[in-house]
Design a protein around this ligand. Structure first.
Ligand SMILES: N[C@@H](CCC(=O)N[C@@H](CS)C(=O)NCC(=O)O)C(=O)O
Length: 189
């Protein structure tokens, strides 16, 4: 989003394995200690602090007047997909990762539960992208920005390919060709 808007920014890396995100300095920025978060030093005094992908995208879209429809119904469609990706698709993939990759003991029931949940979430994205060029309609918006890493990162791990989801694949190719997306996906370097 920062690349799309052309806003100036500086990246601060947090090593999650070392627990750097649980230090008091970061908990003051995000009380639940999760990345991403931003501090907008150009907002006037005091700085504006925003944490959580959906809230950050909405804040930056409102700040710049970019990538969010002007009409209320169009914005509602964007908010709906921001919510679905952050509170339904994201947690499904988190659970899938926890039970398939980092759980010390494999629990087949939990693994099957999260595999099925991920596929259900991908089915919803696939159907929607079969109906419209972008996630919230014809135009590219912050809904596409929040969803793109699902195709570019999460689906590469599970299900391992985009082959079973041709509409997601078509859309991911188009979004992934945007120069700003290509620059953004390299961050942190
Ligand atoms: N709803 C959050 C989820 C963010 C999230 O899960 N962040 C992970 C990394 S991708 C994190 O910071 N995990 C560290 C932890 O929970 O200790 C968002 O999208 O902003």
């Amino acid at each position: 989003m920062l690349e799309e808007t052309g806003l100036e920014y500086r990246v601060t890396d947090y090593d999650l394995v070392k627990g750097e995100h649980l230090r008091p300095e970061f908990l003051a920025i995000n009380p639940v200690g999760r990345v991403p978060a931003i501090v907008d030093h150009a907002a006037g005094q005091p700085d504006v602090v925003v944490c959580g992908t959906a809230a950050i995208l909405q804040y930056l879209a409102e700040k710049t007047g970019l990538l969010l429809p002007a009409d209320l119904a169009g914005r509602a469609r964007v908010y709906q997909w921001l919510g679905i990706v952050s509170s339904d698709v994201g947690p499904a993939f988190s659970g899938q990762f926890v039970f398939n990759i980092i759980a010390p003991e494999k629990q087949p029931w939990a693994m099957a539960f999260y595999d099925k949940l991920c596929l259900r979430m991908l089915g919803a994205l696939e159907s929607q992208l079969g109906r419209s060029r972008h996630l919230a309609g014809d135009d590219y918006t912050i809904a596409d920005i929040i969803a793109y890493p699902v195709a570019a990162v999460s689906m590469k791990r599970f299900p391992g390919t985009l082959d079973g989801h041709p509409h997601i694949a078509r859309w991911a190719t188009e979004v992934g060709a945007r120069p700003a997306v290509q620059r953004g996906m390299k961050i942190p370097r």
